[in-house]
Design a protein around this ligand. Structure first.
Ligand SMILES: Cc1cc2nc3c(=O)[nH]c(=O)nc-3n(C[C@H](O)[C@H](O)[C@H](O)COP(=O)(O)OP(=O)(O)OC[C@H]3O[C@@H](n4cnc5c(N)ncnc54)[C@H](O)[C@@H]3O)c2cc1C
Length: 401
């Protein structure tokens, strides 16, 4: 199985980290994932194990107690974890995005306050842009932060908050008109507020309610919630970066690395689906031979493996581009788009190879079949990726006539 999705040019340290994570996935995640998923149970023991491995601080700089690793190392770890269970990668993903946003855009005081505790997994991050009436169209956000003395008062309703219940620090994107008069472009009148809260459901802090878990078709175990702000008071020093009006750019920066991460999840789930398909195809017999001996099934396996390889290569390319300090929106958009579409196709082929048994909850592929669609939506749908890719291509290939 190790033949597929190899990454050339990794350092000894990267290889060691990946082999530790893979070992953890094989021993601690895969054996329990399907049962926990069916019960929609939060994988507390797995999360504790990830904390011990230092995964929550993987990309946080060493000066703040993290491992200071690259986006590539992080993405490859996410790929391994998603191969075991996609929900677990979701638990660290939003944490990683918030830590990244703090590292890139936070004031020194904000970094000093949050990053060391985030590296230990004591403070756990979530990010909140989406609202009941919008997801793709971030510029239409209606939640509002209004200045009142040394504080901001936040009102509004948020939707689809991954880790909404378990997190203790939520980066919330709101409109903030203060300093930005009526008519200011939407992306210049938004602010990211760092909202600290208790974990759990109900009123987790005065003015802030997390109503409960949204019941989902897949991606279970990890909690996804709404978030309601009703006169929530936030001190002015909890504006990310200390200045209002920069929230849109900060969030887009976070989502850009998040897209590499979603691509990595697609790669991991597709790899697992391939493993399950290729194994089942050699055990199941029809017409006197293993179904793997039928050319039609071999063709499926060939297509699946090719897609696993292609998605992995694009994901690695996007991560390396970001690590080199260059803008990677084109590569991240392409990688996210391709990896999530291929993931869905590889999972479906593995499902078909399983015949009727793929429909049974006894087989792992049933879980993967319900998980893959989330990747088509999260961190921007396929249509949104294509809009980003298309716009960027027109910039690069501007007609010179
Ligand atoms: C399980 C889960 C977890 C999530 N976690 C988070 C989270 O932690 N934080 C957060 O902020 N959000 C989160 N989201 C929200 C997610 O980012 C949005 O669902 C996603 O961006 C799509 O937005 P929408 O659902 O409002 O769909 P819409 O924006 O309403 O889109 C509906 C359809 O129209 C298409 N469409 C929209 N605009 C265009 C256009 N201009 N051209 C062509 N087609 C278009 C879309 O591609 C889609 O097919 C999560 C979602 C899910 C399902």
């Amino acid at each position: 199985m190790a033949r597929l999705a190899r990454t050339a040019g990794l350092t000894d340290v990267q290889q060691e980290i990946l082999s530790t994570v893979r070992d953890f996935v094989d021993k601690e995640i895969i054996p329990v994932a399907t049962e926990l998923e069916h019960k929609d149970e939060y994988p507390q023991e797995i999360v504790d194990g990830l904390k011990e491995l230092g995964l929550f601080g993987l990309m946080i700089p060493e000066e703040y107690g993290g491992l200071g690793e690259s986006l590539l190392t992080y993405a490859l770890c996410v790929e391994e974890i998603a191969r075991g269970w996609m929900s677990v990668s979701g638990i660290i993903n939003t944490h990683f995005i918030v830590a990244y946003m703090l590292k890139q855009h936070g004031t020194q005081e904000q970094k000093d306050t949050f990053l060391p505790r985030m590296a230990l997994g004591e403070v756990r991050g979530a990010f909140s842009m989406s609202e009941p009436a919008l997801g793709s169209d971030v510029s239409a956000i209606t939640s509002k932060g209004v200045k009142d003395g040394d504080e901001y008062v936040l009102n509004g309703q948020k939707m689809w908050l991954t880790n909404g219940g378990t997190s203790t620090l939520v980066a919330v994107l709101c409109r903030s008109d203060e300093g930005h008069p009526e008519g200011t472009a939407p992306h210049k009148s938004m602010t990211t507020f760092l909202v600290e809260k208790e974990p759990g459901f109900g009123e987790v802090r005065p003015g802030l309610t997390i109503p409960g878990k949204i019941d989902k078709m897949g991606y279970k175990g990890v909690d996804t919630t709404e978030l309601i702000m009703d006169g929530l008071r936030i001190p002015a020093n909890r504006v990310l970066g200390g200045t209002t009006g920069r929230g849109f750019y900060q969030m887009m920066d976070g989502v850009e690395v998040g897209r590499v991460n979603v691509a990595a999840r697609g790669c991991g789930v597709a790899q697992r689906a391939f493993e399950l398909g290729v194994s089942y195809a050699q055990q199941r017999h029809t017409f006197g031979k293993p179904i793997a001996s039928h050319q039609a099934i071999q063709f499926k396996l060939a297509e699946m493996a090719t897609k696993v390889e292609a998605a992995h290569a694009m994901m690695v390319n996007a991560a390396r581009k970001k690590d080199s300090g260059e803008r990677n929106d084109l590569e991240a958009g392409m990688a996210k788009y391709l990896a999530s579409e291929y993931c869905k196709e590889v999972v479906e082929d593995a499902f078909r190879i399983h015949g009727g048994y793929g429909f049974s909850k006894e087989y792992e592929i049933e879980r993967l079949y319900r998980e893959a669609p989330m990747l088509l939506i999260g961190e921007g749908t396929a249509e949104i990726q294509k809009m980003i890719i298309g716009r960027r291509l027109l910039e690069e290939y501007r007609f010179q006539g």
